[in-house]
Design a protein around this ligand. Structure first.
Ligand code: GDP
Length: 450
């Protein structure tokens, strides 16, 4: 099965670690060498392996072994976290849907011949149907009538209409007319199957670009075959450069893949894997969660859970300190980011808030929104100066507010809107916390950012 040998190789690593109180360079040198070899054998590219090992080294060295677990388990946790990061971080990336009032969301499916692209179109339609979204499948492979027929058959299987114009109309035009039809009929999503080629060629890329433009596609997913290992990652980077894609679908993960593709795509191309194909059946499509894939690769989700529980005990103590901080109303962006880091291990904002008395003032929806913004928020805060983190108000008022905001946005690679949302979110949290403080202490609430 997928990752079989990688999992085996990694599992033999932990036992070689001497059980000490701290993870040290001395201690982890041997295991890291084994991990390095295991990854290379799994067909992960050398630069990716090098960076990965270096990151593990930095994170592991000096780490105290948490009470209740051994050094091997502790290192497993570090490696699991880093594998998760390598594949895009906790939670993964989902599809970007358009506001329905703006018309159908357009998903363009690209890929070389035989990778499972047409199959993935059918699978995606079924997956979306289960989420209550109707799709229109659009066949634009005008070079292979058989491909159009195949999509029609799949459409029947998943009870989704298929739009085609035979082989005489140019692909971008077929796609555009398909979109028009979907818009007229109020269909939620348009899934466009594009022409596959045996190899990357200029014409294929041009046609994809034209189709992307003609439909203002929201998602451009490159379908790649996991069996091709690091080649799949290189292909993702090449398509992204030529066409601009939003993610990858990694097929044939049910086969005997060595794992190189799953581990390399994100790092090599900068684009997330959004789905994996795990079989020939239409149901065999799964959203990609880096943390789940990481524990599958390690084949020891239970160890990760054990270490997390042990760490939880320690974190609870930190949470209490945080609560005291909030109650004393000195809560700033530094605390905000610390809190966010803790939240990852505490079942999100919800879990953290449960530790705070009287936080029922924050609605379920607000919490979910907050959770979603965490990633964006973190990148923004990390590009703030310590003064800005400590005195967030200088981002709102004052002579330098504008230039500060510009610098932060550019540093984080985010938009002005992202930063405004963060400031509003932070402001509303702080107001709520201060109100709560006022209730508890009887003092008047001092309202900061609004
Ligand atoms: P296309 O040329 O890229 O459109 O590829 P197809 O969709 O025609 O798929 C090529 C072959 O791969 C077919 O036999 C599919 O059944 C098979 N296939 C597609 N996805 C998967 C998958 O996730 N797992 C397995 N085992 N086979 C798959």
């Amino acid at each position: 099965s997928a990752f079989g040998s990688l999992t085996e190789r990694l599992n033999s690593v932990w036992a070689t670690l001497k059980d000490e109180d701290d993870l040290s360079l001395e201690n982890i040198k041997g295991p890291l060498k084994d991990i390095r070899r295991a990854l290379l054998e799994a067909d992960v590219s050398l630069p990716v392996v090098r960076r990965f090992i270096k990151n593990i080294e930095q994170k592991a060295i000096g780490t105290r072994v948490t009470k209740g677990v051994n050094a091997g388990q502790q290192l497993t946790k570090v490696v699991a976290d880093e594998l998760c990061e390598l594949m895009g971080g906790f939670g993964g990336d989902s599809l970007a849907f358009k506001d329905p009032s703006m018309g159908p969301t357009v998903i363009l499916m690209a890929g070389l011949q035989g990778v499972g692209k047409t199959t993935a179109c059918g699978k995606l339609a079924l997956y979306l149907k289960k989420q209550g979204k109707d799709s229109l499948l659009v066949a634009t492979d005008v070079y292979r009538p058989a491909a159009i027929e195949q999509l029609k058959r799949l459409g029947e299987q998943v009870k989704t209409p298929v739009f085609d114009m035979g082989v005489r109309v140019d692909p971008p035009e077929v796609a555009r007319l398909g979109l028009e039809k979907a818009r007229a009929e109020g269909i939620d999503v348009v899934i466009i199957d594009t022409a596959g080629r045996l190899q990357v060629d200029v014409h294929l890329m041009e046609e994809l670009r034209a189709t992307k433009i003609a439909t203002a596609a929201d998602e451009i997913l490159l379908v790649v075959d996991a069996m091709t290992g690091q080649e799949a990652a290189a292909l993702t980077a090449a398509f992204d450069e030529a066409v601009g894609i939003t993610g990858a679908v990694l097929t044939k993960m049910d086969g005997d893949t060595r794992g190189g593709a799953a581990l390399s795509v994100r790092e090599v191309s900068g684009k997330p894997i959004k789905f994996t194909g795990v079989g020939e059946k239409m149901e065999a499509l799964e959203p990609f969660y880096p943390e789940r894939m990481a524990s599958r690769i390690l084949g020891m989700g239970d160890v990760v859970t054990l270490v997390e529980r042990a760490q939880q005990v320690v974190k609870n103590e930190e949470a209490e300190q945080m609560r005291d901080k909030i109650l004393s109303a000195t809560f700033d962006f530094n605390d905000f980011i610390k809190q966010m880091e803790m939240m990852g291990q505490m079942g999100g904002m919800d879990g953290f808030m449960k530790l705070l008395p009287g936080m029922s003032g924050m609605s379920e929806r607000e919490m979910q929104e907050a959770d979603k913004s965490l990633k964006v928020a973190k990148s923004l805060i990390l590009s703030m100066t310590s003064k800005e983190r400590q005195f967030p108000d200088i981002l709102v008022a004052g002579a330098s507010a504008k230039s500060r905001r510009k610098r932060i946005i550019e540093g984080a690679g985010r938009s002005e809107k992202d930063l405004s949302q963060l400031i509003v979110l932070f402001g509303s949290m702080r107001v709520k916390m201060q109100k709560m403080t006022a209730e508890i202490t009887g003092a008047s609430a001092e309202v900061g950012l609004t």
